[in-house]
Design a protein around this ligand. Structure first.
Ligand code: ZN
Length: 308
């Protein structure tokens, strides 16, 4: 009887070992661990920005690494026609949002949230942080947000205090979203141990570009936010005088969300201080790890560099 029980126990252990091995094999072939084929769904079609110019630049920047396979889906241009927009999010490792337009249907919104909650990656590029102010649950994806008729109900002002070396949350009324004139500015790393930031210079010069300010977040009971980098919004050029968020992440249930808040137009998306965190952040959102190396043309704090 004892030897019979021992046999059952050994079979049980072998079963567990086999299950773990099988799971590992499935993960390796699922695409999420296969770094040569990260499937990106880039959504555009409506917005306050020139997405017709920036989408091909983002697509080229991703595909020239050889690591990403980008599918672009463009919503109808007419506001009311977006009701039929229903991509199959589950076919992709990461969704890249270059969209700030009409609200999707309830079915598409539910599928999108389910995709992220189940572990799908999401990248919110520049003006995507202005999107969907009327969609309550969307706010939980955002580290920081602005415009779209938002007010203090969308969270406190959130920015970086360089002296205190901590994120500041200031609950007060005032504008939600502003942008300084297009100037060069330094991207200051504030979380160098995060996989996206690891190995990147502490300071990189970027621009000339727009820099968002008076950003708010998080809403009450929102998931945890990590501010990865900030830039000084200079009051002499129309800025807030604060160090504003430029790179951030959130975790929405099992999903990873990466937010890159600069890169107003096509040439600014070819700035190395934009494209390196953009590529690494997209890989992180899709897979949870970052293998894209820091290139030799990474800028210093004194000189920006824009690739052709
Ligand atoms: Zn802009």
């Amino acid at each position: 009887m004892k030897s019979h029980l021992l046999s059952i126990f050994i079979i049980f252990l072998l079963g567990i070992t086999y299950s773990v091995m099988t799971l590992s094999a499935q993960e390796i072939t699922s695409g999420k661990a296969d770094l040569s084929a990260i499937n990106v769904l880039l959504i555009d079609g409506q917005g306050t920005h020139n997405w017709r110019e920036t989408t091909p630049v983002l697509e080229r920047t991703l595909e020239e690494t050889g690591l990403f396979d980008v599918t672009v889906t463009t919503t109808p241009a007419e506001w009311e026609s977006v009701a039929d927009f229903a991509p199959n999010f589950m076919d992709y490792d990461v969704i890249l949002l270059n969209y700030c337009g009409a609200l999707w249907s309830e079915t598409t919104r539910a599928a999108f949230l389910q995709y992220v909650a189940d572990g799908g990656g999401l990248v919110l590029y520049h003006s995507a942080n202005n999107a969907f102010s009327e969609w309550k649950e969307f706010q939980n994806l955002l580290a920081v947000t602005a415009w779209g008729g938002r007010d203090a109900d969308f969270g406190p002002y959130r920015y970086w205090d360089t002296q205190m070396r901590s994120a500041v949350q200031l609950a007060t009324d005032g504008p939600t979203g502003s942008a300084q004139n297009h100037v060069e500015y330094v991207i200051q790393s504030i979380m160098p141990t995060h996989p996206i930031m690891r190995g990147m210079p502490e300071k990189m010069l970027h621009g000339p570009d727009e820099l968002y300010a008076h950003l708010r977040g998080p809403v009450e009971n929102a998931p945890e936010i990590s501010l990865l980098a900030a830039a000084h919004s200079n009051p002499e050029t129309g800025g807030s005088g604060r160090w504003e968020a430029v790179l951030a992440t959130t975790n929405y249930r099992k999903g990873r969300v990466f937010q890159i808040l600069y890169g107003h137009s096509g040439s600014q998306c070819r700035s190395v201080a934009f494209l390196v965190p953009f590529l690494r952040g997209t890989q992180w959102a899709a897979t949870g790890i970052v293998t894209i190396p820091i290139p030799e043309d990474i800028p210093s704090e004194d000189k920006s560099y824009i690739r052709p």
